[in-house]
Structures are given as C-alpha cells and as structure tokens.
Design a protein around this ligand. Sequence first.
Ligand code: BGC
Length: 473
Amino acid sequence: MPASSPSSSGLSAIRALFAKENRFVGRIAIIAAIGGFLFGYDTGIISVANVYAAKSLHFGTLGESWTVGALLLGAISGAALAGWTADAFSRKWTKFVGGCIYAVAALGSAFAPTLITLCTARYVLGFAVGTASFVAPMYISEQAPKSLRGGLTTFNQVMITLGILVAYIAGFALKGFTTNWRWMLGFGAVPGIALAIGMVVVPHTPRWLVQKGREDQARGVLRRTHSPETVDNELDEIKDVAQSQHAARLRRLWSPRIRPLLIVRISLAVFQQILGINTVIYFGTTIVGFMGYKVGASVGVTVYLGIINWAFAVIAVVLMDKVGRRPLLLVGTAGQVLGLLSLGFFFMQGSAFQHANPGWGVASVMFYLAAFEISLGPVFWLMISEIFPLRIRGKAMAVATMFNWTFNFFISYFFLEMTKGIGRDGTFWMYAVFGVGALAFFFVRVPETKNRSLEEIEAEIRGEDSGEERAAA
Ligand code: BGC
C-alpha cells in the first residue's frame, strides 16, 4: 500500500520517499527521469567534446558555438512539438519517441563526418532533449501522490545533474583517447535506448487518462501509486477539473484566468537562465581557466563542480516537501546573488590577487551552484508541472520551456562576448542584478504549492473549492 497520506510532511515525507510501499511510484519516477539524465549528459558533454571535435573536423570557435547552439535551437522546437504531442498522444509515448530520437541522433553525432552533419545531428538531438526537459517532470508530477510530488519531481533535477557529472567525468577520463569525442557523443545512445524501453513498461498518467475518458484505467494506475483511502478522492478531483474545462485552444493561454499563471511560469523560466547557470555548466572549464588554472587542472576542477552540483540536487529532493518550494526558492536565489557578487569581486581584482587566491573563485562558483540546485534548478521544473490547468498543461509547460531554452541560448551564446565587452566582473555583476530582480519578483508573486494536489492548486487559482474541500465539508 503506497503511503501517501496528505498530512505526511517533514521527516515522514522523506521516509515515505524511500519507503517500500512507494516502490512502484519511485520506480516509474526513476524511469521517467532518465529523460533528465539525457538532458544533463548532452548539456555537459559538448563543452569537452567540442575541443577535440574542432581539431578533428577542423572548425573554429564559431563552429563550437554552433554545435552548442544547434542543440539549444533543437530543444526549443522539440519543446514546442511536445507541448502538443504530450496532450494528444500522451506523456508516455512522447517520452518513448524522445528516447528513440535521442538514441539515433547521438549515434549520428558520433559518426558525423563534417561540421554541418554534426550540427544537424545535434539539432535533432536537441528535439529529444527539449521534449524530455519538460515531459519528464510533467509525467512524474502527475503520477506522484501530493506528499511526495516535490521530492520525486526534483529527482529529475538529480538526474540532470548526474548526467552533467557523468559527462564531465567521461570528458576527463577520455582525455588522451583518439577519436574520443565520437565516443563521448555516441555514449548518449545508451540512456536514449534505456528511456525508450523504460517508457514501454510504465503506465500512462491518471490525469491524461481521465482527460481521454479512460477513467477505469486511471483508477487502476492510482491504486498502484496512491494509498487506497485516497484513490476515490483523487480521481474525483481529477474528474472535476477535467470536466470543468473546455477544449484546449492555444489562445486560452492568454485568457485572463491563465495569463497571470503563465507570466509567473515564464518569469521563472527566464530567471532560471539569466542568472547565468549555463555559463558555468557550458563554460565551467573556461571560467576556471580565467582564475589561473592550467587546462588539465581546469578539467579536474570542473569535475568537482559537477559533484557539488549533483550533491545539492540530491539535498533538494530531501528538502522540497519538507521546507516547501517558496522558502527554498527565496533562500537559494539569495545564495546565487551572493555567489555572483563574490565572483564579480574576485574578477574585479588584478590577476596577482586571482592567482594567489584561485580557491576564492572556485568556492564562489561552488556556492552559486549549490544555491541554484536547491532553488531555481528544481523549483522551476517542479512548479511549471504543478500549476497549469490540466487541459492546457502540455501547451503551457511547452511555452514556459521554450522561453527557458531560448534564454539559455542567448545567455550561453553571448557569454564569452560579454566577458570581453563589459569584463568578467561586469558580466557576473550583471547576473547578480538580475538575481536581485528575481528575488523581489519571487517574494511577491510565487505561491507555495507544497503538499497540495494539482487540482487543489488549480481550484484555488480559479477561486473555487477543491473536490477534497467539498468532501470534507
Ligand atoms: C536547467 C539547465 C541547467 C541545469 C544545471 C536545469 O534545471 O534547466 O539549464 O543546465 O539545471 O544543473
């Protein structure tokens, strides 16, 4: 019997997350989160693979920018398409196709004979990454009992960071190998195949099934993921919400009721990127190099950054349902601002200071990463999957995700140019200013969603009683 008592919080929620009775929902969350691993691996591997691919295929920094950029552009398109397929053909089959595309495109990148073919393969790969980036948290949040939803959905972020860490380690381990970049890129096919196979065996989400009128199947799934006493209530809530909605037209996203929600999610999407997280993830080795480390040492330090990144995502799983989304978001964003100010200060000093205190720079980056991983990292993906009304959840998440990838593209693409234009310190000060703006916005506009069913959240937004509240009355 799954332990999903609505009142479970704090330590009991943590225990529940690892409890035997939650094994089924835990297992399907792990399978779905392979999508997060793909996302992370491809995000991390290109920074290392690029160095060797550039030599082997004879391209320069412009080519390097395009191997990164092609994936990001593919991710924007993939997110757009998946917004439609996740509603029309299900979260499950969208993720299955994403895994297949990923496997094929990873092999395509590995065997690419020219820069153009490499960029084309990376664009197609981006399609799968863009899909996985939001359909994975969406799938998990729709399967999880509310008391576990934060932790289980945050698990997707753990897998993203694990993918990044494995990519850094692979880059480090394959340093001296001939055609190493082909192996680095080709390895991505393994998790792609694992995801595709895994998605065949997991069930559809009950919310999607209800939306398609397959109520009996939805009940069957809820019986396996929720405790028996909560199944009927949960199903009633899902049905209530599903029945009260009209067809999901794209323009409904801009209706007066949805617009404020969409604006908050889009803001989370944009802020997640404009505080500069991917400058560290994509250019970690370069930034560490700015601090005075030699190339070999920088690659090693980057692995430590990857470990911190991953470790704090793990800590977030434990904290998410205990502390709540909002406090983590506020504290973590403030931490990111401190890390950025410290980095700005470090780069403002002359190179003599920097070379004498490289540990200062590295510690600032680590602090910044840790703060991101307990806040904006997981909270953005979690909150976009928690808050949109069921009928338009796919499209609304896709829109927020497209903003996220678009700003990811701009921030990463222009990072090196910015460091030349306004200086390394100026670049990090600028991100810090964005961080202060983010903090003020979150304080005023982002509500707590911990321990509430997706339908309760939705009912509150519409100013109605939820099914559960009515039942209790
Ligand atoms: C972000 C990615 C980022 C990753 C780092 C994710 O939540 O969306 O852009 O690379 O976290 O861990």
